[in-house]
Design a protein around this ligand. Structure first.
Ligand SMILES: Cc1cc2nc3c(=O)[nH]c(=O)nc-3n(C[C@H](O)[C@H](O)[C@H](O)COP(=O)(O)O)c2cc1C
Length: 508
């Protein structure tokens, strides 16, 4: 499958918009739209079940012709067709194949190239001139604690010991004209960096956010790239060419030279300097991340292209309405889980899937069992990985005759291959987990106190139990045959199908 891939470098966000236009995937909204609630509501209504269009808003209330920024782009990655386009594959590539490709792109890399300058330096705004309100930052949802400028930007930080940069997507709210508190969890890579800078006695950490570039930046920034691997390398592998990076003006970090907007600054990591952030309509489909003091970016400089486009997104998948994060996670969280299982030496994994409606909080793993206890090995390996921090709460393992992309198949397996009295349901209590999950107690969602949330994880082993004795009456099988007819019987009936006046059979 990956041999059909033709890596595509779009150049920048504008190149991606052109590609979306040609593929009929983009809607330009010329009518005036209010940044305050209306824009986010349109985005939510339009996103659909991975079948909505990408949206470019180019007429935003209060941000007319002479504004520093007058356009907002959203929804670019909320469909598998567009993910296929980004990955250089035919648009109707099945998500299963995207997962397989996701596995390889996460483990390959093309290092970035440092260049002297680029379009992102067309405008440089420093010090007192910085005013975040000059950008049409949406109040995405009525219930949000404020206007969120960081929803799909690549947040760049650096390990103070190794110098390796990390690029992650973390939410950030406008708190004043030059302050952005962010949601930082200790168990995320940005949190690892915060801890490392703190241990060296620093009260602030250099940070930069690249907003609006090729889609691979958002896609990879929101994916659990292994620690120590720089996301820019993975982006290079996806596009088949190195990313051109320029140095920031006021911090020692590098950002894509043709990004639309770059926000530079220092993240205050001393709790004394925190400012209020939250709540936000979150990836769970619920409002989450209580209003509380959070580490805050004190902006030192903004560089941007002339007439820049602000890239943003709404969070939160619900039945029939899948967010960009939900769609991307269904691919990359599955790909990562599969790689974790491989590295841990779990044999026989034949498919992994994270349905987009819950972004991989429920993970499905299909295996070809060869020994007793294999499903437990799957769960143990997943839960022990750092990738499990905000995903893989419930792991369902099925045999290789169950299609994990078919809800009915998984449901049937759970109905008849799970026996809770035979250890098919296993709870792993008190692990780290997403501090945004409404099923956890409010106290356990206090990320400032605990550094992360608290999850009681569940394995649902829906495989045929190899601890049962083989049944001599069943030819040594552990389970009786299903009701589906034998091949010979089916073939005989199919041969008479038209004679019987029936349409083509659907199965067999
Ligand atoms: C739209 C979007 C918003 C996100 N917001 C946050 C956030 O506020 N905090 C967070 O820790 N992770 C957030 N994530 C998830 C992280 O981006 C993801 O876990 C990623 O792996 C983090 O990068 P890292 O692995 O380098 O830490 C978000 C992801 C997306 C796609």
């Amino acid at each position: 499958m990956s041999s059909e891939r033709k890596p595509a470098a779009f150049g920048d966000l504008r190149g991606w918009l052109k590609a979306l236009d040609s593929a009929g995937e983009l809607r330009r909204i010329d009518a005036e739209v209010d940044w305050n609630i209306e824009l986010g509501t349109i985005a939510r209504l339009a996103q659909g079940a991975a079948d909505g269009p990408a949206l470019l808003f180019n007429n935003i209330r209060d941000y007319g012709a002479n504004s520093r920024c007058r356009q907002v782009f959203t929804g670019g990655l909320a469909s598998y067709r567009r993910l296929a386009l980004l990955l250089g594959l035919p648009p109707d590539t099945h998500p299963r194949e995207l997962v397989k490709l996701g596995r390889t792109v996460l483990s390959t890399g093309i290092p970035p190239k440092i260049v002297k300058t680029g379009p992102v330096k067309e405008n440089i705004v420093k010090g007192d001139e910085v005013d975040l309100y000059e950008f049409p930052v949406p109040q995405w949802n009525r219930i949000d604690g404020g206007r969120y400028i960081l929803t799909y930007g690549g947040v760049v930080t650096k390990d103070p010991d190794t110098g390796v940069m990390n690029v992650g997507v973390y939410r950030g709210m406008v708190a004043s004209k030059n302050q952005i508190p962010i949601l930082m969890w200790r168990a995320q890579h940005v949190g690892h960096h915060v801890t490392a800078w703190q241990q060296k006695g620093h009260k602030e950490m250099p940070i930069a956010v690249a907003i609006g570039w090729e889609p691979s930046l958002d896609f990879v920034g929101g994916s659990p790239v292994p620690k120590g691997v720089c996301e820019y390398d993975v982006v290079g592998a996806i596009r088949g060419a190195p990313v051109d990076l320029v140095k920031c003006e006021t911090v020692d970090l590098h950002v894509p030279a043709s990004a639309e907007i770059v926000i530079e600054g220092y993240l205050g990591i001393d709790p004394e300097s925190y400012t209020m952030e939250g709540p936000f309509a979150e990836f769970t489909g619920y409002v989450a991340g209580d209003r509380s003091p959070k580490p805050t970016i004190n902006v030192t400089c903004i560089t941007h292209r002339t007439d820049p486009i602000l890239r943003g997104t709404i969070e939160g998948s619900m039945p029939g309405s899948f967010s960009e994060n939900g769609v991307c996670s269904s691919i990359m969280r599955a790909a990562t889980a599969w790689n974790v299982l491989d590295r841990a030496g779990v044999p026989g994994v034949t498919d992994v899937w994270c349905p987009p409606v819950q972004a991989g909080v429920n993970t499905l793993v299909q295996i070809k069992q060869s020994y007793r206890g294999q499903a437990k090995q799957v769960a143990n390996a997943l839960w022990g990985s750092s990738a499990a921090h905000v995903r893989y709460k419930h792991v369902t393992v099925v045999d290789d005759d169950i299609d994990i992309h078919d809800y009915a198949a998984v449901d049937w397996a759970i109905a008849y291959r799970v026996n809770a009295g035979e250890d098919d349901i296993v709870i792993m209590p008190g692990t780290f987990g997403a501090g945004l999950d409404p099923s956890t107690r409010r106290r356990d969602r206090n990320v400032t106190q605990f550094g992360t949330g608290k999850w009681n994880r569940v394995l649902i082993d829906a495989t045929i139990n190899l601890d049962y004795d083989p049944d001599p009456d069943l030819g040594g099988a552990r389970f009786p045959p299903t009701v589906w007819p034998a091949k010979d019987d089916l073939d005989a009936v199919k041969a008479r199908w038209s004679e019987l006046g029936l349409d083509k059979p659907k199965r067999g």
